[in-house]
Design a binder for this molecule. Sequence first.
Ligand SMILES: Cc1cc2nc3c(=O)[nH]c(=O)nc-3n(C[C@H](O)[C@H](O)[C@H](O)COP(=O)(O)OP(=O)(O)OC[C@H]3O[C@@H](n4cnc5c(N)ncnc54)[C@H](O)[C@@H]3O)c2cc1C
Length: 292
Amino acid sequence: MERVEIAIIGTGPAGISAALTSVNRNKKILLLGSRQLSEKVAKAHEIRNYPGLPAVSGAAMAEAFRRHLDQMGIEITEKRVGAVYAMGDYFALQVGEEMLEAEAVILAGGVVQGKPLPGEEELLGRGVSYCATCDAPLYRGKDVIVVGYSPREEAEAAFLSEVCRSVLYFPMYQEETDLPESVRVIREKVTALSREAGRLQVTSDSGVYSADGVFVLREAVSPGQLVPGLETEGAHVRVNRKMETNLPGVFACGDITGTPYQYVKAAGEGNVAAISAAGYLEQKKRGGQNHG
Ligand SMILES: Cc1cc2nc3c(=O)[nH]c(=O)nc-3n(C[C@H](O)[C@H](O)[C@H](O)COP(=O)(O)OP(=O)(O)OC[C@H]3O[C@@H](n4cnc5c(N)ncnc54)[C@H](O)[C@@H]3O)c2cc1C
């Protein structure tokens, strides 16, 4: 795929706003995320503080966002970004087994809710993975456990069941699951991950289960894991008023930059991030530095 000028990660209000402004600034973009948009938009019962849309439901707001993207001719590339690497003059985005390229990146992936599970961070890359599409080949013919934090992760578990010998699925949410019969669903609360005799162990409130690998699938991974070298403060990315991060060419907006977690703040920051990213690219073209 051809290198784009701005890659935007996330299709919540921050990413959508960043996409609209980037296109207004004539930038060639890639908007990566779910075509269903953000669950945090779709699930809201009634929103009373978004200008111009009084007492709107989340579903209606999502529809309005989608219409706006359509009118501007902006397509969503339905892909989950696994990592972003600074390559000097550009950024490489790992998307499954593919690498996409962009001159600037806007992080709009929302905030990771809750703390990691005990043992999760220590075992990351040692049997614990956040990306089924990326790491499924490592577990071909093996046993895996999936801890899914939203119904959207069920597609990943179904995919793993085509590759792996067995898949146990722990839904960490209330909704009914819709999975192939080959996936065994266990309605227990996962409390910790550990490693015993070369196998991964998942401890729940009612038992202990073992497998060759464990996939912990959340709506978002922490920004420091997504972008090596990115300065963070707890769960948030450190930014200045221009939404610049410590990495030249990487911008962040929305919940990912901190509280208050609000649609209008996310959309406003998306607009600022896009203007800054456009300025960065224009400056780069002229051969100067504009960061800081
Ligand atoms: C039930 C509920 C009700 C709410 N009600 C209100 C309200 O009334 N008013 C208000 O102002 N706010 C409300 N909020 C808060 C609001 O939802 C958030 O502040 C807002 O959605 C943040 O927007 P965002 O674009 O930063 O992130 P999000 O909306 O979280 O969107 C981020 C998107 O990026 C995607 N993503 C993450 N990582 C990746 C990746 N690596 N690759 C591809 N995609 C990725 C995620 O899947 C997600 O779709 C509510 C939240 C909830 C949960």
